[in-house]
Ligand binder design. Structure first.
Ligand code: GLN
Length: 474
């Protein structure tokens, strides 16, 4: 059985002395995946192919020509295209669809000799925060199998949590990398909007979607970021800003100014142990000489409504391409064009996805557009302006990642609004495009992981990673 590695550096030092090979490593991870099949983290394991790929990497290591990610065994969320492999976004409507090209992120990690071990379960089209909206069923938390993994990149998080791979890629539209990372005791990084290409990512809400790594070490998050980031002719939203070698510049942070949102310590909606953890970190930061101050964020109540109106509007537009004609599922009982559309979509999409398409179409419809969509855009601008104002004075914003730790499977199923509200602390970075990271901060008295989140200025990932490295040692 593969031992539990915490970073690629650990693996690399064992590879260097011949203690292990990448092939042996992959075999070990495949055993772990088989042992943990009940967690439902993978929609498909690329077992044979991963072994072939591992052997090739071993040869390149011997020849001294291996890339930066040699030895990294990684899982990808099932909404990231990988040429010749199925990709479903955990939806029936794409169940047997095969990617005809690879996403830029997949091309870039493969070019640096990562081994992709499989595609991970997620909420259908990334819509959810518990991985309970997957056509393939919920993912179970390794810390307590009666509890959710978080979502939407729940399979990616549990794959890393249970040691079924070293790292995983997720996507984060409103928190889907950060929140499952916090539920599983891991590091989850959402980079600045415009840092990593979305070419070949199945779109949910295009003005928010980002790819991000889920890892056990800051160094691995930094390395994956530097490999994946930077301009790509297939994604026009990318900023032409130089990509630093993040992993080579992780250094101790100087004294910082940190703001925390007052309500996160006072609101009855935030779990007590999370509040205590936040308060304890604030004390530790202060005693280390940092300036840590409470701020009032008067737009707090508008974060979730603005995010959901905009995300649903964009989703209704993005998902109109699944019509039973071009690709994916087509209803066997369809008889003409109208019934092909209607039946394929009715049978192919899950309940939550249908709800969002309908609400999204509603907020965009003539007569309601100004009251909902246009209004939400204005609120987004106010939130962005206010956040920028905070960053004029402070280096980071510190908030919980989620208001509560992993909850019981089925608990919030009946009321989607409860689940929507749990995104309150993650959507600020999504609405503003700022980079944010969820960091593991111990467990509660039931042994469930707790996470805190740091948000930084646009494109200040290096500072965010440096400070995170220090923060984890507090
Ligand atoms: N929970 C949020 C939603 O359902 C975020 C999901 C995500 O980031 N993909 O929209």
């Amino acid at each position: 059985m593969v031992k539990s590695y915490n970073s690629l550096n650990e693996i690399k030092s064992e590879l260097a002395i011949g203690e292990i090979t990448v092939e042996k490593l992959v075999k070990g991870y495949l055993d772990k995946i088989a042992l943990n099949a009940h967690l439902n983290a993978f929609n498909e394991v690329f077992d044979q192919e991963a072994l072939i790929c591992a052997k090739k990497v071993d040869v390149r290591i011997k020849q001294g020509t291996a890339g930066k990610l040699a030895g990294m065994v990684i899982a990808i969320k099932d909404n990231i295209c990988y040429k010749g492999h199925k990709v479903s976004a955990s939806s029936k409507i794409l169940k047997d669809f095969t990617s005809i090209y690879s996403s830029t992120v997949v091309e870039r990690i493969l070019a640096e000799d990562a081994v992709i071990i499989g595609r991970c379960n997620c909420d259908e089209f990334g819509m959810g925060a518990a991985n309970e909206n997957s056509y393939f069923g919920p993912v179970k938390n390794y810390a307590d199998v009666t509890r959710v993994s978080g979502g939407s990149s729940g399979g990616s998080a549990v794959a890393v949590q249970a040691g079924m791979c070293l790292a995983a890629l997720g996507t984060d539209t409103g928190g889907s990398v950060r929140q499952p990372a916090s539920f599983c005791g891991l590091i989850g990084l959402k980079p600045t909007y415009g840092r990593i290409s979305r070419h070949g990512i199945i779109a949910y809400a295009s003005s928010f979607d980002q790819v991000g790594p889920i890892t056990k070490s800051i160094e691995d998050a930094a390395l994956l970021l530097e490999v994946m980031a930077g301009p790509d002719e297939y994604d026009g939203t990318l900023a032409n800003i130089k990509v630093p070698a993040y992993s080579e510049h992780i250094k101790p942070s100087s004294t910082k100014k940190i703001a925390y949102i007052q309500e996160s310590l006072s609101s009855p909606g935030v779990d007590k142990e999370i509040k205590n953890t936040l308060a304890a970190y604030i004390d530790k930061l202060r005693s280390d000489g940092h300036v840590v101050k409470p701020i009032a964020f008067e737009h707090l109540d508008y974060l979730v409504p603005a995010y959901y109106i905009l995300a649903m509007a964009e989703a209704s537009s993005n998902l109109s391409r699944y019509d039973g004609v071009h690709y994916g599922y087509r209803s066997p009982s369809a008889s003409d064009l109208q019934s092909t559309y209607k039946r394929s979509r009715s049978e192919g999409f899950g309940k939550e996805v249908k709800r969002r398409i309908m609400l999204g179409a509603f907020v965009l419809s003539a007569g309601y557009y100004d009251a909902y969509y246009a209004k939400a855009q204005k609120v987004r601008r106010l939130i962005k302006d206010k956040t920028e104002e905070i960053f004029k004075e402070y280096d980071f914003i510190l908030v919980p990642t989620a208001p509560e730790p992993a909850f019981a499977i089925g608990k919030n199923e009946k009321d989607p609004v409860v689940t929507y509200l749990s995104d309150i602390f993650t959507v600020q970075a999504s609405l503003t495009g700022a980079p944010a990271i969820s960091l593991p901060c111990g467990n509660n008295n039931k042994g469930l992981p707790l996470g805190l989140q740091l948000i930084a200025r646009h494109f200040e990932e290096q500072e965010l990673l440096n400070f995170s490295k220090y923060f984890l040692k507090l």
